[in-house]
Design a protein. Structure first.
Length: 551
């Protein structure tokens, strides 16, 4: 091919081509979003590619993302995808300048990639899921072809040559390529205006299509939202024990004893929060050792005797001292009751299934030991959190909660199916990715105040925080200043062994820098280990420590 001479004109056309590519990418996303709103919002290209990326992220990178971006990991991923799409679109735009068909083919190939990702999602609903990416690709290929033509095809770059189809790459045989008779004097005027009009129209139409798509998607969630608003929560048959007055310390900086829903940590793989209509929701219980398979509606569950319990939930991805723990008052159906009704017996009593696999509407799978669910602890199918129906982010209409187990082996949100099976027969989502099959919560103490690297006046400083060892309880918390002896902290009243426990320590701070370290002893008498481990495969261990300067 001829080497493009780098002059102002080619650079200008390159920029116009790149801009055309970006516009084509924008049109693609808008068309895809509109189509997805009609087919299935979860089938949109950014969502399916993001989902595929999340599923394939190596644990170490996932850990890094959670550590670095915290709960912004999803927006960061989406921005990353958008930036990549933008870059590819700009490059394809520039490619189209010289090889229009190749540019269009590249766009279609990207669309095919999106469609493949859509089909490979575990929650793919069917062949219709390929439509959003396909619609986006076709729209974008057309836009690109049209706009780059307006920008002036290769003929315009070589004004001295007579216009003719340039061998094989079809670059000058299209309709919009300056009509093939571009002369040196005129093209800029006609092309610029034609380009600007076409570009403006594309931008407008895309913006409109995108907005319409978002509005339609919003409408789809309306049934679910209405069903949530309509929920009347029954009074519990078994109320939670009253939280002792002294369970929450009046020390600024300490986590609230009960975490408000809006502050409750959120960890899941859902790029689009599932909006489930409680009116049509059903839960199936089936599998090994289930002599009476069952199916329940949301109303069925609400009619049963409900238990209300305060339970602290923790994520296995929580680093020592990290934020992924929260405590709420849950209302729900005792899970062991439902299992017994279905004919399930605990493995220790000869039951055939030792693993309960919960599936969500977004095709997440979580595996929970049947023994723990049936050992008398308050494992439940929760319908409410802190006095209101579950927020959509936290699993409306129904989720599992099992005291003492990390969320990834117990706390299925948006649950729709419970299958009884064995640990030998099936590995759920996180286990396939290197996490442990069984994961009881490890004993942890966290210093909430002072914050790491805080400066504080010398003298008495209130050091305080929370400690948790769900289902074993917290018996003792100790603080060490620098390399000094372990000193007993004051424990706030214990609510239940399933909730975290606050502690405080009046530290006599001397001027200078100090390391404060904390350790807890759980209800079984075991002292929190000093051995540092990573979060993978079964939760971080080690002791939280902060460096504080007193002056
Ligand atoms: N459907 C679904 N349920 C899920 C998850 C998920 O990704 N999808 N993540 C689990 C994990 S890892 C944790 S720690 C808890 C977090 O619950 P929360 O977001 O309500 O705090 O939900 C669990 N349930
Ligand atoms: Mo988690």
């Amino acid at each position: 091919m001829t080497v493009v001479s780098i002059n102002r004109r080619t650079v200008g056309r390159g920029a116009v081509a790149a801009a055309s590519g970006l516009l084509a990418g924008y049109a693609a996303l808008a068309a895809a979003e509109l189509t997805a709103s009609l087919v299935r919002p979860q089938a949109g290209p950014v969502t399916v590619i993001g989902g595929a990326a999340i599923d394939r992220t190596p644990p170490a990178l996932k850990d890094f993302a959670v550590r670095t971006f915290g709960e912004n990991d999803k927006p960061v991923l989406q921005l990353g995808i958008l930036a990549t799409v933008g870059l590819l679109a700009a490059l394809l735009g520039m490619l189209s300048l010289r090889h229009r068909r190749t540019g269009a083919a590249g766009v279609l190939a990207l669309g095919a990639l999106g469609a493949a990702a859509a089909l490979s999602r575990p929650n793919a609903a069917g062949a219709g899921d390929v439509l959003p990416s396909s619609a986006g690709a076709v729209t974008s290929a057309l836009v690109l072809y049209l706009l780059v033509g307006r920008a002036g095809g290769p003929a315009a770059a070589r004004p001295s040559r007579p216009s003719r189809p340039s061998g094989g790459d079809g670059t000058a045989n299209g309709s919009g390529s300056g009509s093939g008779t571009v002369s040196d004097a005129e093209p800029a005027v006609w092309n610029r205006r034609g380009f600007l009009v076409a570009a403006g129209a594309t931008a407008l139409a895309s913006t409109g299509a995108g907005a319409l798509g978002r509005a339609l998607t919003g409408r789809r969630g309306e049934g679910a939202t209405a069903s949530r608003t309509a929920v009347r929560l029954p009074a519990p048959a078994s109320a939670a024990t009253r939280i002792p007055a002294g369970a929450g310390l009046p020390i600024p900086g300490v986590s609230a004893f009960t975490t408000p829903n809006k502050d409750f940590y959120r960890v899941d793989t859902a790029l689009v929060v599932p909006k489930v209509d409680a009116g049509t929701w059903r839960l199936r219980i089936h599998g090994k050792g289930v002599s009476r398979p069952r199916s329940y509606s949301f109303a069925d569950l609400l009619q049963r005797p409900l238990i209300e319990r305060d339970i602290t939930l923790t994520c296995v991805s929580n680093e020592v001292g990290g934020p992924y723990a929260g405590s709420a008052r849950w209302l729900g159906v005792r899970l062991s009751d439902l299992l017994r009704e279905a004919g399930v017996t605990a493995p220790s009593r000869g039951g055939r299934a030792d693993q309960l696999v919960a599936r969500s509407v977004d095709a997440m799978t979580l595996g929970t030991p049947v023994e723990e669910v049936m050992d008398g602890r308050d494992a439940m199918l929760a319908v409410a959190m802190n006095g209101e129906p579950l927020p959509f982010e936290h699993g409306f209409p129904v989720r599992m909660v099992v005291p003492g187990l990390y969320g990834y082996v117990s706390a299925c949100k948006w649950i729709r199916d419970i299958e009884l099976t064995t640990f030998d027969a099936y590995d759920p989502y996180w286990v396939k990715r290197g996490w442990a099959r069984r994961a009881p919560v490890k004993t942890q103490a966290r210093i909430d105040t002072p914050k790491p690297f805080a400066r504080t006046p010398a003298g008495t400083v209130a050091v305080a925080g929370v400690a948790w060892a769900q289902h074993r309880g917290i018996e003792r918390v100790e603080v060490r200043v620098d390399d000094g002896p372990w000193q007993e902290a004051d424990l706030a009243a214990q609510d239940t062994t399933d909730t975290w426990r606050q502690w405080s320590f009046p530290w006599q701070a001397t001027p200078g820098g100090h390391h404060l370290t904390v350790r807890a002893t759980d209800g079984s008498g075991e002292v929190q280990t000093e051995r540092r481990t990573r979060t993978i495969p079964d939760g971080a261990s080690g002791r939280h420590s902060v460096f504080v300067t007193a002056d």
